[in-house]
Design a protein around this ligand. Structure first.
Ligand SMILES: O=C[C@H](O)[C@H](O)[C@H](O)COP(=O)(O)O
Length: 231
């Protein structure tokens, strides 16, 4: 699938999700190229239907800027109780609707918004679907203070770590001033085991395994169908 075709599929999944957002609700908005199409579709609904949201929280400055550019007011997560719905993209989604996220580096805020949402919908094109989580490095956000020790530990566990680099060749720095170590151990045979290990590793701020979180995935297929897969 070329990029143009993939963008078209991302747009179709995003547009369908935008139609599912209820006016007057509290919405969490994710990050990434698919979510960018979702935000555009929300803006269209706002202009054409007078659609309004009670609160919007977002997961990156990129999404915040785009939403504000379309005239939406964005709130801080700390100032709301819970989102009614969060719509986000994903890098990989398996048969259980577990996923890998964080390809764009926004995993920490994304997971915080996700766990404070009543419902989570992911929007993807079919290239993101896998039977078992694989085909994408697992992002792990780490504190700079102990990142070298974390890196060595991951290497000794056979997790094949690599520091993520920014375009300038320097280490990629997250929203919170941390680094990302991408783990190239692939596939991930027991995602829950790896998540547990990372959850208990000091210095790890967050990781991109999003397990038992997603309620529904909207998948745009190249044969023109849109699948709505629920838990
Ligand atoms: O940090 C980034 C997020 O987890 C994105 O949702 C994920 O990388 C998917 O992005 P895209 O829609 O650009 O493929």
């Amino acid at each position: 699938m070329d990029k143009k075709q993939q963008d078209q599929l991302k747009k179709e999944a995003a547009t369908k999700a935008a139609m599912m957002v209820e006016s007057g609700s509290v919405l969490g908005v994710g990050t990434g190229s698919t979510v960018a199409f979702f935000i555009d579709a929300l803006g269209k609904r706002k202009d054409e239907e007078g659609f309004r949201l009670k609160h919007i929280v977002t997961t990156s400055n990129r999404s915040k800027k785009q939403l504000e550019g379309l005239g939406f007011k964005v709130d801080e997560l700390a100032n709301i109780d819970q989102a009614d719905l969060t719509v986000d993209g994903a890098d990989r989604v398996d048969d259980n609707l577990d996923g890998i996220k964080g390809g764009g580096g926004a995993l920490t805020l994304e997971k915080n918004v996700a766990i404070n949402s009543k419902k989570i919908i992911w929007i993807v094109d079919e290239s993101k679907l896998v039977q078992q989580l694989s085909g994408f490095p697992l992002p792990v956000e780490v504190l700079p203070i102990s990142c070298e020790q974390n890196f060595k530990k991951f290497a000794s566990q056979g997790l094949k770590p690599k520091f993520r680099l920014a375009e300038d060749g320097k280490r990629y720095v997250t929203h919170y001033g941390n680094y990302i170590i991408d783990l190239y151990a692939d596939p991930i045979p027991v995602p829950a085991g790896l998540a547990d290990y990372l959850d208990h590793t000091v210095g790890v701020v967050e990781h991109g395994l999003f397990l038992n979180m997603c309620d529904e995935v909207i998948i745009a297929h190249s044969d023109g169908t849109i699948e709505d897969k629920r838990k």
